[in-house]
Each structure stands twice: as structure tokens, then as C-alpha cells.
Design a protein. Sequence first.
Length: 94
Amino acid sequence: MEIKKIGIFSLANLMGAMHVLMGIVSMGILSIFGTVSVTFSGVDLATLFGLSGFMLFFVVVFFYGVVGWVSGVIFAFVYNVLARVVGGLKLEVK
């Protein structure tokens, strides 16, 4: 079996969704560390950091999704061009 062509928007949507999930996980972890560090630092900026951190969470997750989608478009396009020249990816399945 040989993959001769990848659907550009199919791969882009998949990679965009995967990057959104990675953004949610990574920003969740960073939010926990940020909350703990602000709480134990003794500085009373928790409200400011809390609000900006909340907004930053969504901005970064959105940015991850956009970057994943664009990289999916680029990867699929380059793969399709190279697959015509050198042949597609060969897979063995049972």
C-alpha cells in the first residue's frame, strides 16, 4: 500500500485539533505552576496575573491551533509534491 496523496485540509484540520489539545494540556500545567508561584511569592498581584493568565490561556491555545493548522497545510502540500517526484510512503498492512 502506498500513500500517493494527502488531503491538505484533512491533515490541516487534524493537526490543528491536535495542537489545540496540546495547548490546553501545556497551558493547564503552566497555569498550575503560575498559580502556585504567585501564591507562595507573597506578592499581591494574584488578581492581575489571574485575569491576564486566564486571557493568555485562550490566546495561546488559539495560537497553537492556528500554527498546527498552517503547518498541516504546508506539510501536506510538500508531501504531495514530493510524492509525485520520489514516490509515496509505502506501508505494509495485514
